[in-house]
Design a protein around this ligand. Structure first.
Ligand SMILES: *[C@@H]1O[C@H](CO)[C@@H](O)[C@H](O)[C@H]1NC(C)=O
Length: 154
């Protein structure tokens, strides 16, 4: 292959590759008790490229099959225990444990998973009463749920 052919082949490849961007981040803007087993709905959307995240239900629905990363960060109320479970459909994946014996220590975890088109990722409170530090304090944004597509999978 000479130089011109190589450039042509490479540019054709780039043109043929559909670029897919999927990613969201959502914050928590609520202050009320959440029962054990209740969904935690991160309702204040910061980013929602691809519209996979629904701030009404708290579900992220994978728009295409692929490898995804999801992370949750929460700030427990001082002297409180917070446990947030991450689910994929009906399947429990991981928990975020925050035990704040002093004041204002955040807990955060990330999971990388394969997700089929239509799979739903959401968060469930594992500890009643509601013990996440939210307080309508949108200045500091203590709590966040984020996810993004790393790569589509055929
Ligand atoms: C959210 O996901 C759960 C678990 O798959 C499902 O039961 C529920 O119907 C979904 N809600 C919406 C509004 O999509």
């Amino acid at each position: 292959m000479n130089f011109i052919t190589t450039v042509l082949v490479l540019s054709l490849r780039v043109t043929n590759t559909k670029s897919v961007a999927v990613g969201f981040s959502s914050l928590l803007n609520l202050e009320r008790p959440i029962a054990t087993g209740e969904r935690i709905i991160f309702d204040k959307v910061l980013t929602n490229v691809g519209n996979g995240y629904d701030p009404k239900s708290g579900n992220f629905t994978c728009p295409i099959r692929g490898l995804y990363s999801f992370s949750v960060g929460v700030l427990p109320m001082p002297n409180n225990l917070v446990i947030v479970d991450i689910y994929q459909n009906k399947n429990y994946l991981i928990s975020v444990h925050g035990n704040d014996n002093a004041v204002f220590t955040s807990a955060s975890r990330t999971v990388v998973i394969k997700c089929n088109k239509g799979d739903k990722i959401y968060l469930v409170n594992n500890r009643a009463p509601y013990q996440i530090y939210a307080t309508l304090d949108l200045t500091y944004q203590h709590n966040i749920f984020s996810g993004f597509l790393i790569s589509p999978m055929l």
